[in-house]
Each structure stands twice: as C-alpha cells, then as structure tokens.
Design a protein around this ligand. Structure first.
Ligand SMILES: [Zn+2]
Length: 227
C-alpha cells in the first residue's frame, strides 16, 4: 500500500534506521549528532537522548491510551484534562497539543529526538519532559539555551520552539534539518488519511473528517530553522 519512503515517513518501517548507543536513529544523522554532543560536552552539557524513533504502533498505543483515559492528558499549563464529557473531536484536539496523530509524528522519521542534560540530574531522575524542567531554575535550562544558540550549527533545529497554535512548546524536541525535510516532503495529508482509514487509531473518523484543518494546524505548523 505504501512504498519504502512513505513507510518511513509514516513510522511503518525501521529500514532507514541504525542503532546509536542503544537507540534507533535515522542512519545519516549520526555524524551531526555526535559532533553536537561533543560540542555540548565542552560546555558541561551531557546531551542525552530521552527518545528518538517511535513507530506507528507505539504512537497508536500512546494515542489510544490517552483517548481512552488510561494515560493522562495535559493542557498547555501542564494541568490534567478530564476527557470524560468531551466529544470525539474535542478529545482529539486535547491530545494533539502534546501527542502527534499516529502516522504524523516526526519521531517516525528517526531524525527527531527528545533530549535532556544527563550532567544536571542523578541517574535515577524521573524525566517528565515538562516546561519547568527546561525553564529558568530547571535542570535543563542551560541545555535549552545552548540548543537555541547552537543546534543549527550542527544541522539541527527546534520545530516546537514556540507555541504557534498547534503543538505546545517543546524545548526538548530537536530535529535534523535536512533529513527531516526529506521525510517531511514525502509526508502529506492524503498519505496520512490513507493510513488512518485502515487503522485502529481511536477517533480516526473524526481525525479524517477534520484533516483539512488539523493537518496545517498540528502537522505542518512548525517553527522553521533560521527563525
Ligand atoms: Zn519529541
């Protein structure tokens, strides 16, 4: 149903990945990633991966667990949202603030990473990926500043650098500029629709119904490199 490039863009294959210290990443980002980690270490920052590649099945599980209230859903102020009385459309909207639609996560590409600074916390620290951790006074504030200033030098950018009315600000999420663009160019609303209508993603009929507004608001709505 999908060619190999389309499968990579949708999280349906691991053919484009390699192992990097126990994590799966897109094979051609390794050199840049290594260089960025070395540069960060010179500033006492241990740039570590909290997550990298995530496949469609895994993203579907996260999505369905949120939709069915097995996993909590948070609002823009990190407060839990009660989905009980929301219709399917509003449930999807609430989830999309922090979780991508399965098949539309940039983590499918293997070019996108959630990072933290292992040098600032103990080994048993429970990472929350919350705004506070990356804000002034938080353990990863230095890393967040460093990324804003230097990520692009090493070929990475912050697609969720600020809230643009779609996905919430994610100062921990970095993306390899050229390789992510490659998969992004393959990805489309039509491709996603074809995947969703054949899936077990909770609420998929609502998603497909509203895809004309959802896609530009939550999928292609990113902060671009150089801004
Ligand atoms: Zn992420």
């Amino acid at each position: 149903m999908f060619n190999l490039d389309e499968q990579a863009a949708l999280g349906l294959t691991q053919a484009h990945l390699c192992d990097y210290h126990g994590r799966l990443v897109e094979q051609s980002i390794v050199r840049d990633l290594k260089q960025m980690q070395v540069a960060a270490s010179k500033c006492n920052i241990t740039l570590s991966l909290a997550s990298s590649f995530r496949d469609f099945a895994r993203q579907s599980l996260i999505w369905n667990n949120k939709f069915n209230q097995i996993r909590p859903v948070f609002d823009i102020n990190d407060q839990p949202v009660d989905l009980t009385h929301l219709n399917e459309q509003d449930k999807c909207q609430a989830i999309m603030l922090f979780s991508a639609i399965p098949g539309a996560s940039r983590h499918h590409f293997g070019t996108d990473l959630d990072v933290f600074d292992a040098n600032k916390v103990d080994d048993d620290y429970q990472l929350a990926l919350s705004q506070q951790e990356y804000a002034s006074g938080g353990p990863f504030f230095e890393l967040a500043n460093w990324l804003e200033q230097h990520a692009e030098t090493y070929g990475f950018f912050l697609p969720y650098k600020q809230f643009n009315g779609g996905v919430a600000k994610e100062p921990w999420h970095i993306s390899h500029i050229s390789r992510a663009q490659y998969y992004n160019n393959i990805h489309s609303k039509e491709l996603l629709e074809k995947l969703l209508i054949n899936s077990n993603v909770a609420g998929w009929p609502s998603l497909v119904d509203q895809l004309d507004t959802i896609y530009p608001q939550y999928v292609s709505n990113i902060s671009t490199a150089g801004n």
